[in-house]
Ligand binder design. Structure first.
Ligand SMILES: [Zn+2]
Length: 230
């Protein structure tokens, strides 16, 4: 359920049944000539919506403003945001959701420059410390590294995922068919050889299933129980 589309009585029901909020995060960043600029947030929002279909809860509007982007390497059409506003926005959203009585907040960032990711994780950890609210900040690949996805940039994995989620936002015809020609601003296995909607579907299904499982545990307080027993 998209938070912005809900009426008060619907939010109140969700808070009673499954008080979890998802914040999809991304950037407006060059992703090769073949993927949409907003890939990271589009990907994160679609994954959050699928996880929320299983766990209940609300999905906030995606945040398209990321830190540590390809702008630093000179790639065009990228809008770089400083670390401070990214941290401040994450903090204010957490504070607002806590005051609304959400018990679990998941920040899923599809943009995972190491310092951007560390900034969000830092805010989440600090915010959640010693409180009842559980904050989980992750990049989507973190739950499926055993399946070979450890994060890439507009390469095999990100291309496959968008091919699955939003094929209308992928245009492989923009890339040279000459495989010896190096792709601009693409990091990882060559998407011309390795990307497919099938690869995308498989990894998205695994991400959704594993995230839903942990969120359900967090909602039921299972991790606290296990920690007490250990
Ligand atoms: Zn990306």
């Amino acid at each position: 359920m998209k938070y912005e589309e809900l009426l008060p009585h619907q939010i109140e029901k969700i808070l009673e049944e499954a008080p979890v909020a998802y914040i999809p995060w991304g950037a407006l960043e060059w992703h090769g000539r073949h993927l949409a600029i907003g890939n990271d947030a589009i990907k994160a929002a679609a994954i959050c919506e699928r996880v929320a279909d299983r766990t209940g809860g609300v999905v906030l509007p995606p945040v398209y403003f990321g830190y540590q982007t390809m702008k630093r390497k000179g790639f065009r059409h990228t809008l770089e945001i400083k670390e401070a506003p990214v941290r401040a926005l994450a903090y204010d959203l957490l504070r607002g959701l806590e005051s609304e009585d959400f018990k679990v907040v998941v920040i899923l960032t599809g943009h995972y420059g190491s310092r951007h990711l560390a900034a969000l994780k830092g805010v989440g950890e600090k915010f959640g410390k010693g409180k009842e609210i559980r904050v989980w900040v992750l990049a989507e690949y973190e739950v499926v590294t055993d399946l070979g996805y450890t994060g890439d940039h507009a390469a095999k994995w990100e291309t496959s995922i968008l091919m699955h989620l939003r094929p209308d936002l992928v245009d492989m015809g923009q890339l040279s068919a000459d495989l010896d020609e190096k792709l601009e601003g693409v990091g990882g296995d060559d998407p011309r050889e390795h990307a497919s909607p099938e690869v995308g579907q498989k990894i998205v299904e695994a991400i959704v299933e594993r995230m839903a499982k942990r969120v359900t545990n967090l909602l039921q307080g299972k991790e606290e129980e296990e920690a007490r027993e250990a």
